[in-house]
Design a protein around this ligand. Structure first.
Ligand SMILES: NC(=O)c1ccc[n+]([C@@H]2O[C@H](COP(=O)([O-])OP(=O)(O)OC[C@H]3O[C@@H](n4cnc5c(N)ncnc54)[C@H](OP(=O)(O)O)[C@@H]3O)[C@@H](O)[C@H]2O)c1
Length: 358
């Protein structure tokens, strides 16, 4: 897929100085875009803007007028400042007011649900709202759509993810925010609580078989919108020992993490100790996704995707999503696969898909 050739696309990248924000900014420049870099800290923005030769604007998410004013003349926002349970809504409101498209890289279930709640307003205002244009959920969403399209009438969908990389501080802090809510699956079209560590099984990935356990991945919301399949379980590869330990320790862990002061303290520890993957790991790491749709009569369709390392993928998929949204006439709240189709993931460099034998 070639980068755009005419006027360089201009849009707002909020949270540009975070670990992932910087990767998105660099990928955008590589593809010929000229994003305006935004965030709450002028001091952090200045060196990045100077290095990449881009404009910048400092504005807090609590400054509703400032956000709308920062959006004047810009068609779209990529929101990269998380945890999004705390940051998404003010930016969605600013986008609806300013008439700008909203894209974010969340993986948080309440945020996906909130984005879809604004569907009617988005249509009225003539904008797109799209959460999850990063690793969570583009590969899984596209693969879910792919197997669902091949098996009309499917009533069950399993998705499993194996990640060869490590988490950034921002991802770890967002996970901390979600843990007190516990695990979930989707059953009969509704999100249902699911004990963490229950339902451990083996899944064959492209490279090897792995132990996986159900985790509350964003597809519990997005795959429901993208496929309409009412029973969905999302799994993550995990060592059997960790999954087993979680089964017994999670209820206590969950109660501890529900205390704001405990989460706050852990978040500070994460900020000072956790670093995202370095350049080498971003180049050598990779992820694999497996999806299986099943019909009531026993038919099943499965497939795999292999993607570049998750943060490298997120930078690429985000900029590709910007290009698709700017070129599209669709308006409203969508998942990536709903708006762009199952093959969108294949338009991202380094992604390949394989069908499982029938
Ligand atoms: N979907 C995916 O696959 C995917 C991939 C990567 C990341 N993510 C998500 O993206 C988010 C960022 O991750 P990261 O690794 O880039 O984290 P990070 O390095 O900690 O960066 C977070 C960024 O958000 C900003 N921020 C946080 N709270 C804010 C607030 N209340 N107001 C304004 N700015 C705020 C921070 O600004 P300051 O520096 O001023 O604090 C910083 O620029 C996380 O939620 C992560 O889970 C998702």
């Amino acid at each position: 897929m070639n980068p755009p050739t005419n006027t360089p696309p201009r849009w707002l990248l909020y949270g540009a100085t975070g670990y992932t924000g910087v990767l998105i900014a660099e990928e955008a420049v590589r593809r010929g875009h000229r994003p305006v870099l935004a965030g709450r800290s002028r001091e952090k923005l200045a060196p990045l803007a100077s290095r990449l030769g881009l404009e910048s604007v400092a504005v807090g998410l609590d400054d509703a007028r400032g956000l709308v004013s920062a959006l004047q003349g810009l068609p779209l926002v990529v929101h990269a400042a998380g945890p999004f349970v705390h940051t998404s809504e003010p930016m969605v409101q600013a986008c609806l007011s300013a008439g700008a498209h909203y894209l974010d890289i969340t993986g948080e279930i309440p945020v996906f649900e909130n984005t879809f709640r604004h569907d009617a307003e988005a249509k009225d205002r003539g904008v797109v709202l799209m959460s999850g244009v990063g690793f969570d959920v583009v590969p899984t969403d596209c693969l879910a759509r792919y197997v669902a399209d091949k098996l009309p009438g499917a009533h069950e969908l399993d998705l499993a993810i194996a990640v060869v990389s490590q988490a950034s501080a921002g991802t770890t802090k967002s996970a901390l925010e979600g843990l007190p809510s516990g695990g979930f699956v989707r059953r009969g079209g509704h999100l249902r609580p699911w004990p963490m560590g229950k339902g451990v099984r083996q899944v064959r990935f492209l490279d090897q078989e792995r132990t996986v356990m159900p985790i509350p991945w964003g597809d519990l919301v997005t795959a429901w919108h993208s496929t309409g399949i009412p029973h969905i379980t999302t799994y993550m590869a995990q060592s059997a020992a960790v999954a087993h330990a979680l089964r017994f320790t999670f209820p206590v862990l969950r109660r501890l993490l529900a205390v704001d002061a405990v989460r706050g303290r852990l978040a500070r520890l994460v900020e000072s100790n956790v670093r995202g993957p370095d350049e080498q790991l971003r180049q050598t790491g990779y992820s694999q996704v497996w999806a299986e749709a099943r019909a009531p009569d026993g038919r099943r369709v499965a497939a795999w995707l292999q993607t570049p390392e998750g943060y490298a993928f997120t930078a690429k998929s985000t900029v590709r999503a910007v290009e698709e949204v700017l070129a599209s006439e669709r308006r409203g709240a969508f998942t990536p696969a709903q708006a762009f189709g199952a093959d969108f993931a294949l338009s991202i460099e380094g992604v390949r898909r394989e069908d499982a034998p029938a």
